[in-house]
Design a protein around this ligand. Structure first.
Ligand code: NPG
Length: 369
């Protein structure tokens, strides 16, 4: 296929409720979508980065610059382009995994739509529905937390993840455990702990958690390894795993026994599948992380989570968890699962009129820089 036109679409979508984690509070989601027009049709991708570099190094404005100046222009030069070549063409650009993932996603969408094949089938998915969980942010009180968890459990979510940070960890988690004694429950620290305060995490061992996710800094693999030798609760890594190589190191050193896979963090669904394959070969469970994406990014997440190694529910809650109205048809919870789109490509259509209604800005990116 040949790339003929590219557009960066930016829009801010209000969230149904503010979401707080160690990286800050989101009251609205700044969304960056990439629309690519090729000679075989168009495709959409989502750059899942946040407005500020508080989750990882990448952030919204920087991703847009990198897309405009360095990621998209070389793709216009190629007379024959396949989506699975994006990673190597983009390898001159260091980092910016979410921007790269968005380009790969849009080209895959175009390519697979043309072939009449779904992303799930392309990746080797084996399920038509995927079990999902929900994430509850840091709230004002334990009472509010327990009420929020109760509401999500009533909606059907069969696994709950609590955001924790120093000062909001054992007490809220044990209150939820007490109120929901058999609920599959896990916690996520987004790197908020200093290894010198590892002792306070040991208390979480009594709460029968599925896992504790990313307690320490992304580059501190050894602190995670040390904690894993002291805790019975499995350690899961998210921010520490930006690539297949990083996954190999984390598993070889015993820094984690579960891996969170996020499309935007690892640079695309194809790299995510390679990490999935590695983990599956080693018997390490993986699950699909989320970044409060619109239906575009969610479609990619759900397709990825349909692979056989995704044996734990993902952070891919229904669209209504974050948005009163999404830019695609909503992903809806039935029981505790979402349907994997069976349509060609991502299997979702973007509601352009709604984007306009929301005040989206559109920037045409050209081949020459
Ligand atoms: O359901 O999409 C979702 C959100 C899951 O809380 C979630 N993700 O740290 O994993 C995370 C967190 C996140 C949200 C990270 C937004 C970055 C942005």
């Amino acid at each position: 296929m040949r790339l003929e036109a590219a557009e960066l679409v930016r829009v801010t979508i209000p969230l149904v409720g503010a979401f707080t984690a160690a990286f800050g509070t989101l009251a609205a989601r700044d969304v960056l979508l990439v629309r690519l027009v090729t000679d075989v049709g168009e495709g959409w991708g989502e750059c899942t980065t946040l407005a500020e570099p508080f989750y990882n190094e990448e952030f919204f404005d920087a991703s847009a610059i990198v897309l405009r100046r360095w990621l998209l222009p070389p793709l216009f030069q190629r007379s024959e382009l396949r989506a699975d070549e994006v990673r190597s063409v983009a390898s001159r650009v260091k980092g910016f995994a979410a921007a790269k993932a968005a380009v790969e996603m849009a080209l895959l969408d175009a390519e697979l739509r043309h072939e009449g094949r779904s992303l799930s089938s392309y990746l080797g998915g084996t399920r038509s529905r995927v079990d999902v969980g929900v994430v509850v942010g840091i709230l004002g009180s334990v009472h509010e937390l327990c009420e929020t968890v109760a509401r999500f459990v009533a909606e059907g979510y069969a696994r709950v993840k609590l955001k924790i940070e120093p000062g909001w960890d054992h007490q809220p988690a044990s209150a939820v455990r007490e109120a929901f004694d058999t609920l599959p429950l896990q916690v996520d620290a987004n790197a908020a702990y200093d290894p010198s305060s590892a002792d306070r995490l040991l208390a979480l061992d009594g709460l029968n958690l599925l896992m504790i996710e990313q307690p320490f800094a992304a580059d501190d693999i050894d602190a995670h390894r040390r904690l894993a030798t002291r805790m019975a609760t499995p350690i899961c890594l998210d921010e520490s795993i930006p690539s297949l190589n990083a996954a190999v190191t984390a598993l070889d050193t015993g820094a984690c026994s579960i891996v969170n896979l996020k499309v935007g963090r690892v640079g695309g669904v194809i790299e995510a599948r390679r990490i999935h394959d590695l983990c599956r070969a080693r018997g390490v469970p993986v699950w699909c992380g989320g970044m409060a994406e619109t239906g575009v990014g969610r479609a990619a997440n759900v397709a990825l989570a349909s692979l056989p190694g995704f044996t734990l529910p993902g952070d891919i809650s229904a669209s209504s968890r974050y948005f009163a109205r999404d830019v695609t048809a909503p992903f809806e919870l039935v029981g505790s699962s979402l349907a994997v789109p069976g349509g060609a490509g991502l299997g979702v259509s973007v509601d352009d009129d709604f984007l306009t209604e929301l005040g989206a800005t559109r920037e045409v990116v050209r081949g020459a820089r």
